[in-house]
Design a binder for this molecule. Structure first.
Ligand code: CDP
Ligand code: MG
Length: 701
């Protein structure tokens, strides 16, 4: 008989042995009243054959109803319990007990320094508390992060906790990617992004609270924000500034902000047992892998976190681990390998937080990102090889390099602490106790002492702050006019000054259309081409086809972009040409943004498809200080501040040895390599940058 009421349905369900809570009874009724019971013509026929009669009646329909309600209830109860779990999680965080007193302290002080161990809930909870307390009625709450990945993943988490769509009330904004809308009240963003917003809104009028999070990381942007926010706080009495840090020593922040009070969130930490190696290890990657396997086979349940230095290392570790565990027998539980680093595509980032099958173990291969900015629950074992990659910069030569160096004691302790969040932990240090004591610095020097500051200094200049910090300019502009006009145009682009200069110069050479494609491709980084195992020959062949005529790497990048555009951005084309579609989409996105920015700084979009010289001159205008000339034996010497460099093997000009080149960057691996190289005529240097080069610089020796 057809069900005529929800009670009927529920009765039947109970008859089937399906117990539901009272709450779900209500849902059953709601569903029953809302769902129009329709039967498809095909099914209708079946019912009739089976002896059923009429529309929407009969036994089969009843079963359909039950089936539908059962499914809906399960879905609802699953979603409900997930949300409930999230809410319960919120209440178990160390910060929760201090919610009210923290809000009170914020109310009473304009600037507050907040200290709490990583994982205590600062980043995800404080903005929500502020929202609940009504701060967002007066303006947005910004929470800055030194890392893009952290901004994205935290925003995603908070939007889940608030049960809203990401990009609505909760959003994130990072370079080239704005995931916010008019509705957004909690905005997670990189510190660099806020700095950039300051250019357009010097008093941050649309914000009610700025939380400078992960302040202990002391990135350049964070350091610069400190100075600017201190100033803003003086004339905007209604704005709140929160400085939050994971390291206990916060007196520096407090001193800087005129003795701002420090609010400490008491941590909850379990003991961590630390083990050192007896002798130095020869190959830490190898040692890390062996340790993972040992833990997996011999230690009680609990996930493993391994700190490695970069994407390449992580991917090779992943491959080796996969290979090793494939040889394990069925008696060894599953080992789920996850990874996290800044260039990892968004959809893969979420994997580190996803639950794994019962009985299995997770190993997370991470860069420094997992040291403080991201908290992964369930970690009981940490493997710390003692290294990280940091950017270092030589202001005299303009040389930037990422170098693997020993971490500091502070970092090592932070890393170890990651294992003791949810229970007693173990940390395996792949170095000796003696190295820790004698070779590790106490703290990592702040980035401002070791990086390229040009774009920051330029931004400060645009803000009218000429002398805030006495940094060295890499390439000081020759005259005031340059700073005010070209400089202002340059600052309009979210790119480093050389790329911006290249775009601004493209106006003169009437090739802005081509040059923004090149800038977009360069901004994507070195992930355009790929070369799968066993297909290297084909991949190389495809890659070299863009270099026909030895046009140089910049023009080759443009050729890739244009060819893709001609296929109407085809994914298939990317596969066929060994080009990463994800990178191309990003390039397209960046290019679209650059195109819109052109208009804003009044540069016309013009193309000169057949005039490669014009394009090369525009490139040279941006990168004139990156010039080098051929020496004996295929090496190159940079023109100013002489230094020996080589063409990177991935370059289309690697076997071509042009006499003069301009390069995008120098990377230090086994040698100092110029990456992305284009040939130039030496006289261009004097023509384009007379304030920098004289004839004697380009005379033949
Ligand atoms: O900022 P803090 O280190 O004090 O903590 P948090 O980032 O707010 O993290 C609080 C909790 O949220 C941790 O237990 C994390 O595991 C969880 N969380 C998460 O599950 N997914 C994220 N993307 C971020 C945090
Ligand atoms: Mg945090």
């Amino acid at each position: 008989k057809q069900a005529t009421s929800a009670a009927d349905v529920v009765g039947k369900l109970e008859e089937y042995g399906l117990a539901f809570s009272d709450d779900l009874h209500l849902f059953a009724e709601e569903i029953f009243s809302k769902v129009p019971w329709k039967v498809s013509p095909r099914k209708q026929k079946t019912y009739e054959n089976e002896g059923g009669t009429g529309t929407g009646s009969g036994k089969a329909v009843f079963e359909d109803q039950i089936e539908f309600i059962k499914e809906s209830m399960l879905k609802i109860s699953k979603a409900k319990s997930e949300l409930e779990t999230l809410h319960e999680d919120r209440r178990t965080l160390p910060i929760y007990a201090h919610r009210d007193s923290l809000l009170k302290a914020i109310e009473e002080h304009q600037v507050l320094v907040i200290v709490g161990e990583t994982g205590s809930g600062k980043t995800t909870q404080i903005p929500q508390y502020l929202h609940e307390a009504g701060y967002t009625k007066r303006g947005k709450v910004a929470c800055t992060q030194p890392r893009r990945v952290a901004a994205m993943s935290v925003a995603a988490r908070v939007s889940q906790e608030m049960d809203v769509k990401l990009g609505h009330e909760v959003g994130y904004s990072i370079r080239f990617e704005d995931y916010t809308s008019e509705k957004t009240v909690l905005k997670y963003m990189t510190d660099g992004k806020l700095l950039r917003e300051l250019l357009g809104e010097p008093d941050l009028a649309s914000y009610s609270v700025i939380m400078v999070d992960e302040a202990h990381e002391r990135t350049v942007s964070t350091d610069v924000l400190f100075g600017l926010l201190k100033d803003i706080a003086r004339f905007r009495k209604d704005i709140k500034i929160l400085i939050s840090s994971a390291t206990p020593d916060a007196s520096k922040f407090s001193d800087f902000f005129d003795c701002a009070p420090i609010y400490r969130i008491p941590g909850r930490r379990y003991p961590v047992e630390i083990q050192y190696t007896k002798a130095p290890v020869a190959d830490y990657l190898d040692a890390a892998i062996v340790t993972v396997l040992q833990i997996h086979v011999t230690q009680p349940p609990g996930d493993i976190l391994v700190f490695l230095t970069g994407q390449e290392e992580i991917e090779s570790a992943e491959e080796i681990l996969k290979h090793k565990i494939s040889g394990f027998g069925l008696e060894i539980p599953e080992l789920v390998i996850c990874k996290i680093f800044s260039n990892l595509p968004t959809e893969l980032q979420a994997k580190i937080f996803q639950p794994i099958p019962i009985g299995s173990r997770k190993v997370v291969l991470a860069t420094n990102i997992a040291e403080a900015s991201l908290t992964i629950d369930g970690i009981n074992y940490v493997i710390d090889p003692g290294f990280c990659k940091i950017e270092s910069y030589n202001p005299r030569t303009g040389m930037e390099s990422l170098q693997v160096t020993s971490i500091s004691k502070a970092s090592a302790n932070q890393r170890a602490g990651r294992s003791g969040r949810t229970g007693p932990g173990k940390c395996f240090r792949l170095y000796t106790a003696d190295s820790y004591k004698t070779k590790f610095d106490d703290n990592t020097p702040p980035e401002i002492q070791r990086t390229n500051l040009t774009s920051v200094v330029l931004s400060l200049k645009i803000l009218g702050i000429q002398n805030l910090l006495n940094f060295d300019f890499m390439d000081p502009p020759s005259n005031e006019a340059l700073v005010t006009k070209v400089g202002r145009q340059m600052a309009g682009f979210p790119l480093d000054p050389m790329l911006s200069k290249m775009i601004v110069a493209s106006d003169k050479y009437k090739c802005s259309d081509e040059v923004i494609s090149i800038a977009a491709m360069l901004s994507v980084g070195n992930s355009i081409f790929y070369s799968p195992n066993g297909e290297q020959v084909h991949a190389d062949h495809a890659r070299m086809s863009f270099h026909t005529g030895n046009v140089g790497d910049h023009i080759a990048l443009m050729n890739v972009y244009n060819s893709w555009r001609e296929t109407n951005y085809s994914t298939q084309w990317c596969y066929e040409n060994y080009v990463q579609v994800r990178s191309m989409r990003r390039a397209r996105d960046i290019r679209d943004q650059l195109e819109r920015l052109l208009e804003r700084v009044e540069i016309e979009l013009t193309g000169c498809p057949n005039d490669l010289q014009a394009i090369k001159k525009a490139i040279t205008s941006g990168f004139f200080s990156h010039s080098a000339r051929l020496q004996n034996y295929g090496s190159y010497r940079t023109v100013k501040h002489p230094r020996i460099v080589h063409i990177h093997p991935s370059s289309g000009l690697a076997d071509n040895f042009p006499r003069w080149v301009v390069y995008h960057e120098v990377v230090l691996t086994t040698k100092e390599y110029m990456r992305n190289v284009t040939e130039l005529k030496p006289e261009w240097l004097v023509e384009i940058a007379p304030h920098y080069y004289q004839m004697k610089d380009i005379k033949d020796a």
